[in-house]
Design a protein around this ligand. Structure first.
Ligand code: SAM
Length: 269
């Protein structure tokens, strides 16, 4: 675990409240988290005992999705919004393993991502980390560091993996998605994973997320699918994460945890 005695406040890091990036780090069994983050996850475990597995399903689809985008879809530029702390199989590692010329911009608003992430995430001149808020998409699109790596005349993968559920309805998540998709050319892709209202347990989890973390909207499959409106949704559509182009066939009924998040990828026509 991180040294809890450091002067985190001077870095803009509030260790008295759980943060989205750090609680996700807990469920990925990382080290960049504090007691308050672990206490939050312990509460979620009471309603979703599989929450650690859910984080793994999300990282696994991220890997499969980026492999598809860099491989079959031929994408060479990735805007990874709400990228989180570095962990295993980060977007640039997966994309650059397919083609080293792939360029990746990570964007996150949590200062811990910059504090801990910059060295690992910005590991070559085709990768960078920008601290910015997704709720201000125009500022991200105008950011010189974003513009330095992403050519908006060429196809871009807009990645909103595990983040749109942290936007409240009145923050206009659809407008934000559309703002990014409007500026990228035909052949660009949209990649979304999202908490899903898929079980009574997901309703209980939503209450805990909203009460303790302040965000965490579990939307219906129809609401999640609507983010892709106007684009060509790729097979198999918006599905529980383990069912999106699995490496091994998935058989039998899915558990609550396997259905807790849905995701998909679409191509801009
Ligand atoms: N995309 C990664 C993944 O799926 O493995 C990380 C997902 S993590 C659950 C969500 C990330 O979004 C956190 O690192 C959090 O700090 C970031 N985030 C939340 N709200 C944000 C906002 N308004 N602007 C930018 N980043 C945000």
């Amino acid at each position: 675990m991180v040294n809890e005695q450091r002067d985190w406040a001077s870095l803009g890091i509030d260790i008295t409240k759980p943060s989205i990036a750090r609680t996700y780090d807990v469920v990925l069994r990382g080290k960049d988290n504090f007691e308050v983050d672990r206490a939050f996850v312990n509460e979620i475990v009471k309603v979703i005992p599989e929450i650690y597995d859910v984080a793994t399903y999300n990282r696994e689809i991220l890997g499969r999705g980026v492999r598809y985008l860099a491989g079959e879809a031929g994408i060479r530029q990735f805007l990874d919004l709400g990228s989180g702390l570095p962990t295993v199989q980060n977007t640039h590692q997966v994309a650059q393993a397919t083609d080293p010329s792939c360029r990746v911009v990570y964007v996150d608003n949590d200062p811990i991502v910059l504090a801990h992430g910059r060295a690992l995430l910005a590991e070559n001149d085709r990768t960078t980390v920008v601290t910015a808020d997704l709720r201000e998409p125009e500022a991200i699109l105008a950011d010189p560091d974003v513009r330095a790596l992403i050519d908006f005349d060429q196809p871009v993968a807009i990645m909103l993996v595990g983040i749109l559920h942290h936007l409240h309805d009145d923050e206009g998540p659809q407008r934000i998605v559309d703002t990014f998709m409007d500026v990228v050319p035909s052949g660009s892709h949209l990649f979304v994973t999202h908490f899903c209202a898929s079980s009574p347990e997901s309703r209980d989890a939503e209450k805990k997320y909203l009460a303790m973390l302040g965000t965490g909207r579990f939307r219906t499959p129809e609401e999640i699918t609507a983010y892709f409106d106007g684009h060509d949704l790729l097979a198999p559509g918006v599905v529980p994460l383990p069912l999106w182009r699995p490496d091994e066939p998935v058989t039998g009924d899915l558990s609550v945890g396997q259905r807790l998040m849905y995701g998909g990828i679409a191509r801009k026509p």
